[in-house]
Design a protein around this ligand. Sequence first.
Ligand code: SAM
Length: 275
Amino acid sequence: MQAQNQNLIAAFEQEREARILSHRADKEWRELSNAWMRHAAQKHYMYNFSFLGRPIIQLPQDMVAFQEIIWDVKPDIIIETGIAHGGSLIMSAGMLALLDYCDAVEGGETLDPKAPGRKVVGVDIDIRAHNRAAIEAHPMAHRIEMIQGSSTDADTVAKVKELAQGYDRVLVALDSNHTYAHVLEELRAYAPLASKGSYCIVFDTIVEDLPDGLYPDRPWSRGDNPKTAVHAYLNELADTPQTGADGAPLRFEIDSAIDGKLLLTVTPDGFLKRV
Ligand SMILES: C[S@@+](CC[C@H](N)C(=O)[O-])C[C@H]1O[C@@H](n2cnc3c(N)ncnc32)[C@H](O)[C@@H]1O
């Protein structure tokens, strides 16, 4: 019976993998997705949603991918740049609370909801008072540390590193200023904190694939955005081998299976897996 169940599960996985490959190869569908993304970016569609009550500036597809990554990686800490209204912080904290809950169930323990547990560190150059108050009043607040400052300032980086000390499984998500120069600096500062098997997720790489002029009030554009920074950073690591915060060699691969299956995503080439 158990073997039969295993076979059914394996067959489902195989079918899914084959289907995803065929979706990724579907040029017409990819063009449709690109047109849809252009429309969505123009209309600020990504501002339509909330997570556990806090507004989140994300595409729901990417939120599902984030959830899958968290389940696979089971991070002890998530480091995020770009807080805005706090939705992504609350999503991360909520997912980490679920991991703690699952651990407790599996261990036959009772979960103390106020126990320190897994946590999230968020950085933003401008944490607006009303957003800070709402985040601090949220039931997930005890899992969240917020740092105000530019994510690339030496002081901020040092504070984040200090807070991350002692955590083995580290997930990083970059979603602040989307210029090439800023994201490249963020990658240099924070990607080495991602643990092996985990990810450094770089949001809004989609800017490179959309027409210029979609973000007239922003300093990023085609040629100057998170995707160009990702490619520069990966080249940099290939040219000059480095070690991560754990002392092991630092290597990332773009996990294109993720954005390949999403089809609608703001993160093409942005799911960097530490290998
Ligand atoms: C796209 S929003 C973040 C959205 C959030 N992650 C979410 O999913 O809801 C970008 C945020 O980056 C912040 N930001 C801009 N420049 C920054 C910098 N140099 N350092 C840190 N944060 C910055 C902005 O204040 C803004 O709140």
